[in-house]
Design a protein around this ligand. Structure first.
Ligand code: ATR
Length: 264
């Protein structure tokens, strides 16, 4: 039986096994998908298991998307540009790192029919997934990308990714069309991001990368203010779909059952 794995730290909240095992069964593939909490020091031996065909595919999540790269043989162009890997696969004896977060974000935005072209986007956070979001936003022709992060120099470093990026102080909310929470604030239900809604118009899109819990305080407050809101569920499903396709050569179907599955 083939074995697939998602690794991260923490990993308890991950719904990847739920989704992948559902699709494996639907497609009659004899394989299992597990989750395991990892430490940085164990990443090298993990990749060795891929090389030996003991593990057939890996999803990588926070905080290892960049840390895993030195142990891989090759990167896809998207993984190379963003220096972020969320999918690993043995291909012709090489361990290859892919980035399907870019596809996940872009497809989720297209699904909700929000047009990014010429829009001003404010990103909160500067962690592992942000380079992928920036890459997607630029693919969709965003006008301006503003980054706000508690640790300012991490935001400053992202400026080299494109020349439409500026950095704003943490706590400052400039004018925007879309705001993205890419911090881990909200993973705990009681977490709050301080945003003064008195100056925010109603038609703005609030997007949270977090999908579990389904509605963070960030989205609840935005909804109350009359804004459009979207959680990270579609992005999550689409990145998983792209990983599934890399490993199994099959594009799984996304329907109401898929969406409901993750509401448990
Ligand atoms: P990593 O930074 O290791 O890539 P991540 O989970 O991808 O990890 O990113 C976490 C993001 O949430 C970071 O932008 C982090 O800000 P710092 O760079 O200052 O650490 C942000 N974050 C987490 N907890 C936060 C908090 N309580 N207040 C503000 N930002 C927070």
């Amino acid at each position: 039986m083939k074995k697939y794995l998602v690794v991260g730290n923490p990993i308890k909240h991950s719904q990847s096994p739920l989704l992948h095992n559902f699709w494996l069964k639907k497609n009659n593939i004899n394989a299992i998908y597990d989750k395991e909490e990892y430490q940085s020091s164990d990443l090298e031996s993990l990749i060795f298991k891929v090389r030996e065909d003991k593990i057939n595919g890996i999803n990588v999540t926070v905080p290892f998307k960049e840390k895993i790269i030195p142990f891989l043989d090759k990167l896809s162009p998207e993984a190379e540009i963003t220096q972020s890997v969320n999918t690993i696969h043995l291909h012709k004896k090489s361990v290859v790192g892919y980035n399907t977060d870019i596809y996940g974000f872009e497809t989720a935005i297209k699904d909700i029919k929000f047009n990014i072209e010429n829009k001003k986007i404010l990103i909160l956070g500067a962690g592992g997934v942000v380079p992928s979001i920036i890459f997607s936003l630029n693919k969709m022709k965003a006008l301006k990308i503003m980054i706000s992060n508690r640790t300012k120099n991490k935001a400053e470093r992202l400026k080299e990714l494109s020349n439409n990026i500026s950095v704003v102080d943490w706590g400052e909310i400039p004018d925007f069309d879309m705001i993205i929470n890419a911090t881990s604030i909200g993973l705990n239900k009681e977490d709050k991001i301080i945003i003064d809604f008195s100056k925010i118009e109603k038609d703005k899109l609030f997007f949270d990368i977090i999908y579990n819990p389904r509605e963070t305080n960030f989205l609840t407050a935005a909804k109350k203010n009359g804004n459009i809101t979207e959680n990270g569920k579609k992005m999550f499903i689409y990145q998983a779909l792209a990983s599934f396709k890399i490993w199994h050569g099959i594009q799984p179907e996304i329907n109401d059952d898929t969406i409901k599955l993750l509401d448990q």
